[in-house]
Design a protein around this ligand. Structure first.
Ligand code: ADP
Ligand code: MG
Length: 395
């Protein structure tokens, strides 16, 4: 268990908080979705209410290790002021930290909030450069990591900084560890995992790790065609990783050995072309025509998978079971989301596209937990230690 802001004294202390303010912006620099900012507010408000001097930092976009004002955090500073109902000190300098910034940090009073410029303006950030880590650490007495989405990266602002000052988690990371961690290590059973997405190679380590934990593993999406191929079925023009068919077969065997039920789609929606308006129909998995590609799970599969999901005590879902971005081929993914919504057990979504799908269907509120970190939640489910979590103090 990692310490959280609740486990340490923050009153009167200067606390530097790594947030995930990587928000989408339109051409006029308006924030089009501020969920990442509002999600960070519980930790920020806690620190403000407890009289900490708060310094916030984040990356935004991919500025390629040099200052690019296109990616300035200025719009975030403005939104933070609205949410906090008070001024936020924001000194936009390309070097992120300079004398002026250090001076402003020194002059903060209990309850004050300051935001640093995009940490990726510094090329050392993503290299976990010691000098930058130290510059950040020197301004504060305590480091709080609340950016789960970058916790799988060892950067200056996510990991390096904790070599110089003690680190604890904010409420967002606490929640992620509680739900993702508990679900995987201490699940109520039956424990069902649904894996989807385009490629087997993206998910192989997760599948390997989850096979050791789950009672039932459901596989859908683009990767199921690589399994089909390995099983000897014709898959037409479906997405295929030809060099992964043996691996797919070995996973099926492994599941059998371990007594884990492994479910693959029994029918599939196939289309002539990869577009929403393509001619399409549903067929059994052994009847895919040579000039058609698999785009979604079929109705029989929906019934099979939904039954498993609804009766589970714990469900983890990572990866859409079809090309959900196209409405015509979103039905299977929607049905999976609905089955999860109906499940009385703990329902957890890990993965950027799966989270986007659930949101698209308006079922957010029906899930126990939707992880905010795509890559991070994947690595977590792979059983990897996340550097941005590892550096935090143990309870
Ligand atoms: P997540 O972000 O939830 O981990 P992934 O990134 O692994 O999910 O996979 C999502 C992508 O997989 C989506 O863009 C979706 O269109 C694609 N996908 C799902 N099924 C298929 C399919 N049958 N053919 C091609 N792509 C697919
Ligand atoms: Mg994705």
């Amino acid at each position: 268990m990692k310490k959280t802001v609740r486990d340490v004294e923050v009153r009167g202390k200067t606390v530097i908080v790594r947030c995930d303010f990587n928000v989408p912006l339109d051409e006029n620099k308006n924030i089009t979705d501020d969920i990442r900012i509002t999600s960070a507010m519980p930790t920020i408000n806690y620190l403000v209410e407890n009289d900490a001097k708060v310094i916030l930092m984040s990356h935004l976009g991919r500025p390629k290790g040099e200052p690019d004002m296109k990616y300035s955090l200025a719009p975030v500073a403005k939104r933070l002021e609205e949410l906090l109902g008070k001024a936020v000190t924001f000194i936009s300098v390309p070097e992120v930290v300079n004398d002026e910034v250090k001076e402003a940090a020194k002059n903060l009073k209990g309850g004050d909030v300051m935001l640093l410029e995009n940490v990726r303006f510094r090329k050392e950030e993503t290299k976990n450069g010691e000098e930058f880590s130290k510059e950040l650490a020197d301004m504060a007495e305590l480091f709080v990591n609340d950016a789960f989405g970058t916790a799988h990266r060892a950067h200056s602002s996510t990991a390096g900084i904790a070599s110089y000052i003690p680190g604890v988690s904010g409420f967002l990371i606490e929640k992620e560890l509680e739900f993702l961690g508990n679900a995987v290590e201490n699940p109520k059973r039956p424990f069902v995992a649904i894996m989807g997405g385009a490629k087997v190679s993206d998910k192989i380590t997760v599948i390997d790790n989850l096979l050791k934990k789950v009672d039932c593993l459901i596989i859908g999406g683009g990767m199921s065609y690589t399994f089909y191929k390995g099983m000897g079925y014709e898959i037409g023009t479906s997405i295929l990783e030809a060099d992964k068919t043996d691996l797919a077969v070995s996973l099926i065997e492994k599941a059998k050995e371990m007594g884990v039920e492994l479910l693959l789609p029994v029918d599939t929606v196939v289309a002539k072309e990869f577009n929403n308006d393509s001619e399409h129909f549903t067929c059994d998995r052994d009847k895919i025509p040579a000039d058609y590609m698999g785009m979604d799970i079929g109705e029989k599969t929906v019934a099979l998978f939904s039954e498993k999901i609804k009766n589970a005590a714990t469900v983890i879902w990572n990866g859409p079971v079809g090309v959900f971005e196209m409405d015509t081929f979103a039905k299977g993914t929607k049905a999976i989301a609905e089955a999860m919504a109906e499940c009385d057990g703990m329902t957890i979504i890990g993965g950027g596209d799966s989270a986007a799908a659930v949101k698209k269907f308006g079922l957010n509120d029906k899930m126990t937990h939707i992880s905010t970190g795509g890559g991070a939640s994947l690595e977590f489910l792979e059983g990897k230690v996340l550097p941005g979590v590892d550096v935090l103090q143990d309870k």
